[in-house]
Design a protein around this ligand. Structure first.
Ligand code: NAP
Length: 250
């Protein structure tokens, strides 16, 4: 009998997976048996990530692609074999106040955090529809349902990504495709480096989260493996918070 969390025989594409949460997700999907396309814009960082996954016994190859380059995405997807699992993880952040952000800066943020996942999903979902099955996982944020000052573009994009998750669950469900999101809380990755060094932020987070601490990057991976696996075959349109209890606790 196949293990309910086994991904063997499937191919997964994880965007932005040379570092941070994306790398941990890619490594865990590979450990569960998937062949993983490791994506990013820097060939050297991609090669190092692929090597690290292979060293752990997984199967992986690099996919050098800027997910914001719509024409390149369309071209690249046309040249790929079947992709059974898509994780839209690549993202960026701009913590300037709303009034300090030019409209073009706002648009750039929404482009990488929302428009790029929509385009890549559309291109890859065509093959999933033809096969009658597929898994799409969007890496959203606790900034989907909540907002804080100085984060308007990111909050807009992640809120949109949660809405897109629901909309595509409805659109693609009849074709056997599940569409879910993961909402990470505060994780120890590079974009948070400044906060991690700030003792006041650490103390606030230890009061604010039920578990009283930052998330370790590898703690995101189990949720992605679950949503990609046969065990989640009847789960769609769901947002799974992996946030140490941030949303549940105040
Ligand atoms: N860390 C947290 O606490 C947290 C909380 C909530 C949500 N999230 C979300 O989780 C995801 C990962 O965050 P992270 O903290 O792991 O950030 P990270 O370490 O900065 O990773 C982001 C990755 O995305 C890649 N990337 C950025 N733009 C890209 C593009 N246009 N095309 C292809 N790849 C691109 C980057 O690689 P290259 O620059 O080499 O291309 C990088 O490897 C993001 O969507 C973020 O919003 C994180």
């Amino acid at each position: 009998m196949t293990h309910p969390f086994s991904l063997s025989g499937s191919t997964a594409l994880v965007t932005g997976s040379a570092s941070g949460l994306g790398f941990e997700i890619a490594a865990a999907l590979a450990q569960a048996g998937a062949h993983v396309l490791v994506n990013g814009r820097d060939a050297a960082r991609l090669a190092a990530a692929v090597t690290a996954i292979i060293r752990r016994g997984g199967h992986a190859e690099p996919l050098l692609l800027d997910v914001c380059d719509a024409a390149a995405v369309t071209r690249t997807v046309a040249g790929l074999g079947p992709v059974h699992i898509l994780v839209n993880n690549a993202g960026a952040r701009d913590r300037r106040g709303f009034l300090d952000m030019a409209q073009d800066d706002f648009r750039r943020l929404v482009e990488v955090d929302l428009m790029a996942p929509a385009h890549l999903t559309r291109e890859l979902a065509r093959g999933m529809v033809a096969r009658g099955s597929g898994r799409i996982i969007n890496i959203a944020s606790i900034a989907g349902p909540l907002a804080r000052a100085g984060d308007a573009a990111y909050t807009t994009a992640k809120g949109g990504l949660v809405a897109l998750t629901r909309a595509l669950a409805a659109d693609l469900g009849p074709h056997g495709i599940t569409v879910n999101a993961i909402a990470p809380g505060y994780f120890l990755t590079e974009p948070n480096a400044e906060f991690v060094r700030d003792q006041a932020v650490g103390e606030w987070l230890s009061r604010r989260t039920a578990l009283g601490r930052w998330g370790r990057p590898e703690e995101i991976a189990g949720a992605a493996v679950f949503l990609a696996s046969p065990a989640a075959s009847y789960v769609t349109g769901h947002v799974l918070a992996v946030d140490g209890g941030y949303l549940a606790h105040f």
